[in-house]
Ligand binder design. Structure first.
Ligand code: GLU
Length: 519
């Protein structure tokens, strides 16, 4: 058994685009493994591709990881014992390691020009064989090398691949791999501009950062035999490898933009809960058992193991993701939910409301089913929030209950509590408001509400029912048009709570406005 204190894993993104679903899953599994074992999670930025690497992407990746709650122990922004954690700042280390291989005769300088390499490529094509560098610069005499160097000829550094034999490694997820060395070529370690290649830098860094477990996407499995050669050449201890299964789109091809949004930013902007996103990402290749699917980040840390990662590809299923999101949303406590919804409303310009809401008395939370345990003081969590508005919102959320499943539905489902130009269902208006008997009824209801002294739920209900009795109609014949008049549609939470939470003035105004639909 490995001493868990020494477990060191890393997430090593290239800052060439968004943090996408696959990258975030890799980061998550590394994070979970580190937290589960009490190990260390390292963030390393692999920016050797200077042309494609951008500051914007770097910042986006860090932002995405933070949003998901995947904090790291060592990384570019915070340093650590084995820094720097950005490859472009580590050239000295690559140069000294390349020099070491050159000195030990395990690598050589190759002066082949692009034209020579192109000719080799063509020849391989003609012969229908895989392109393989033919090793001609291996045979250069030291004097020839010196002469070319003195002449300032550009060169790359290549690994001296043994002509025969084989290389093996064991993958925790995928099992044993054996590759014949003759299938591998003298791959480039250092490019002619002096920058290291991915295969070289990744080994130098993983070794120097004392990484014990390389957990990454299986698109890198074909690189691993070359990397194992490098570990052996340096005599660096070989880490354990765990290559994560591919993530596919609904049509079973590798997940890409064609399948819809793959960037984590997209889901954040669409107001998915980060904990739901983490939960869903965890299930893309890992399972706890055949049943349980809902996990908090804490529970994932507790339950995660590399052993339960599948070798089969995982399919990204947005419906499942929505379901998980809704389940997490359901489980939030009222204060947390209210804070989140408050932010959405603020973002949409809905807070403060477009109209004055005059609740005749301070709302008594205790009257709302389900809020018995809510301490009113905790409903004023931050100074910047208007506490009266916050309380009203908490009540609205409570009254709406599980009809509100996703934060992105907030503007649509709560709009009528905050402004007058809320969505209106034309069909509902035609069938419930545009009828000859409705104006008189709604006007009478508006009159009664206008004179109601205590505008509280039960009084509001009682007023409507006694009006229905007086008019000798079913209460429903008042309730339905009233609902359409106040909310724009035929589906709403308890209408009497809606009336209270809209306040007297707004209710009376909307009832009277609705009477004009027919006239
Ligand atoms: N920079 C590589 C990538 O973005 C990391 C590969 C690895 O983890 O070894 O895929």
């Amino acid at each position: 058994m490995q001493d868990s204190q020494n477990i060191r894993v890393r997430f090593a993104p290239s800052p060439t685009g968004h943090l996408h679903v696959g990258g975030a899953r890799t980061a998550l599994y590394n994070f979970l493994y580190a937290r589960k074992t009490g190990g260390t999670f390292v963030l390393r930025i692999e920016d050797t591709d200077a042309q494609r690497s951008t500051r914007e992407s770097y910042e986006g990746i860090l932002r995405g990881l933070r949003w998901l709650g995947l904090d790291w122990d060592e990384g570019p922004d915070m340093g650590g014992e084995f820094g720097p954690y950005v490859q472009s700042a580590r050239s000295v280390l690559y140069h000294s390691d390349a020099q070491r291989l050159l000195d030990e005769g395990k690598a050589y300088r190759c002066f082949c020009t692009p034209e020579v390499l192109e000719a080799m490529k063509l020849e391989a094509k003609e012969r229908k064989t895989a392109l393989k560098y033919d090793g001609r610069c291996r045979r250069l005499k030291p004097d020839d090398v010196e002469e070319r160097l003195a002449g300032g000829m550009p060169f790359v550094v290549r690994f001296m691949m043994p002509a025969d034999g084989e290389v093996r490694f064991r993958d925790i997820i995928r099992g044993d791999f054996t590759t014949q060395n003759e299938e591998l070529d003298d791959f480039v370690l250092v490019k002619s501009d002096g920058r290291p290649t991915y295969n070289f830098a990744v080994v130098v860094d993983d070794a120097k950062m004392k990484i014990t477990h390389v957990i990454r996407g299986d698109d890198h499995i074909s690189n691993t035999p070359r990397q194992v050669h490098l570990y052996r050449a340096f005599d660096y201890p070989l880490p354990k490898f765990a290559h994560l299964p591919m993530i596919l789109g609904s049509d079973k091809t590798r997940l890409s933009k064609r399948h819809g949004a793959t960037s984590i930013d997209y889901y954040r902007d669409k107001l998915y809960l980060s904990e739901a996103m983490v939960n869903y990402l965890a299930l893309l290749g890992w399972s706890f058992d055949d049943k349980r699917e809902l996990f908090s980040l804490k529970a994932l840390i507790d339950k995660f193991s590399l052993k339960r990662i599948s070798r089969n590809p995982a399919v990204f299923d947005i419906d499942k993701m929505e379901w998980i999101n809704a389940e997490h949303f359901k489980r939030l406590d009222l204060v947390e939910k209210t804070k989140m919804v408050y932010e959405v409303l603020e973002r949409e310009g809905l807070i403060p409301p477009a109209f004055e809401v005059d609740l005749s008395r301070p709302v008594d939370l205790k009257l709302v089913p389900g809020t018995e345990s809510v301490n009113e003081e905790t409903l004023q969590p931050e100074e910047r929030l208007n506490s009266k508005e916050f309380q009203r919102l908490a009540l609205i959320i409570n009254v709406i209950g599980n009809r509100l499943k996703l934060l992105k539905d907030v503007p649509g489902k709560l709009g009528y509590f905050y402004r007058d130009d809320y969505e209106r269902d034309e069909h509902a208006i035609r069938s419930h408001l545009a009828r000859p008997e409705v104006p008189e009824r709604l006007n009478a209801l508006a009159d009664d509400y206008d004179t109601l002294q205590y505008f509280e739920r039960d009084a509001v209900e009682e007023t409507l029912r006694s009006l229905a009795d007086r008019m000798e109609i079913e209460a429903g014949e008042l309730i339905h048009p009233c609902r359409v008049a106040l909310t724009g549609g035929t589906v709403s939470p308890d209408i009497f709570w809606v009336i209270v939470l809209l306040g007297k003035a707004k209710t009376v105004e909307r009832l009277r406005t609705a009477t004009k639909v027919y006239n």
